[in-house]
Design a protein around this ligand. Structure first.
Ligand code: FAD
Length: 285
């Protein structure tokens, strides 16, 4: 199928892009790598009168470390993140994840911003970025605003992004901490993914997030409390804490996995992520 006809805008400045988004707010979509958007338009899941291509705006794909913050431009591709020396050194878990997403073609075109903004329930980076307590910076004619990664995605293909907002960058605090992301993939997509982040500052709470199983990533508060009180302990009580977090989640059957099997995978990847941080800490000591 072909997409319906649309007007293609190719701004070369951020001001121009923001103005275009505002002018056509009733029927406009930003366009980055196009790996999700064009497919959705071809299938007529999504139809827009105006597409604003963000790829020619300078600096939107910049990756930089500014003191204790890692800044990743929304237009940075998965391949660029996977091979960036700054990210490989400061956040190898994110580099490793982006290097394993999809295939070389999707990694070369698909962007981290497109991944977050599309809010596909099986997307991996939102899970890890939520556990890392990252912040997203968005811009519109009303100015810039920031939102926690863990509060950005609210449901299947739903975010708190206003129709005229452009995601500019993702900012990740760089602290002394152990980070692990574990996932199970079926075909091209993840059926369960979990991130565990253990702060080296013992007064800071662990962050454990699960995604790719329900409509959007969620924190696992019982698991976080258990790990905080019992650092390094991998026992049945931890499994029970994780299971009690997963039990109330609304997990549906789909073509990749039945709901019961997905619950089982969700528990498994969460335990693996926590165990991975323990292993890393043992190795480092
Ligand atoms: C075969 C295949 C396998 C995949 N496997 C995985 C996987 O294992 N794990 C995983 O996490 N993902 C996976 N993906 C998804 C992939 O990561 C996304 O397709 C990609 O990141 C989307 O980025 P894009 O730049 O192409 O977005 P686009 O398709 O250009 O845009 C997607 C959406 O985001 C919006 N958008 C894009 N950029 C911005 C911005 N800066 N500001 C505001 N809105 C914006 C667009 O308007 C659109 O609604 C897979 C995709 C494919 C096709």
């Amino acid at each position: 199928m072909l997409p319906r006809p649309f007007t293609y805008h190719r701004p070369t400045s951020l001001d121009n892009a923001v103005a275009l988004m505002a002018r056509h707010v009733d029927d406009v979509s930003p366009y980055a790598g196009g790996t999700e958007l064009l497919l959705a338009m071809k299938m007529h899941f999504a139809d827009y009168e105006h597409l604003v291509d963000l790829k020619r705006i300078p600096d939107l794909c910049a990756i930089a470390r500014n003191g204790d913050t890692l800044s990743i431009g929304a237009l940075a591709t998965h391949a660029a993140i996977a091979t960036d020396a700054v990210i490989q050194e400061a956040l190898p878990a994110l580099a490793g994840l982006c290097g394993s997403i999809a295939n070389a073609r999707v990694r070369a075109a698909g962007t981290i911003g497109g991944n977050l903004c599309f809010a596909e329930p099986r997307a991996d980076p939102p899970v890890l970025l939520s556990a890392l307590d990252a912040e997203l910076c968005l811009i519109s004619v009303r100015g810039e605003r920031r939102v926690a990664a863990g509060r950005f995605i609210t449901g299947t293909l739903e975010t708190t992004r206003a129709p005229d907002e452009i995601l500019l960058r993702i900012e990740v605090p760089l602290k002394a901490r152990t980070v692990r992301y574990e996932r199970v993939v079926h075909g091209h997509r993840t059926v369960a993914g979990a991130a565990a982040v253990i702060e080296h500052d013992a007064s800071a709470a662990p962050r454990i997030w699960l995604g790719c199983v329900a409509t959007h990533p969620v924190a696992l508060p019982n698991a976080e409390t258990y790990v905080a009180a019992n650092p390094g302990v991998l026992d049945n009580a931890l499994t029970q804490a994780i299971a009690s977090d997963i039990a109330p989640l609304n997990i549906a059957d789909d073509e990749d996995a039945g709901a019961d099997y997905r619950r089982h995978l969700a528990e498994t990847v969460t335990i693996r992520a926590i165990a991975g941080t323990v292993q890393q800490e043992v190795r480092a000591s």
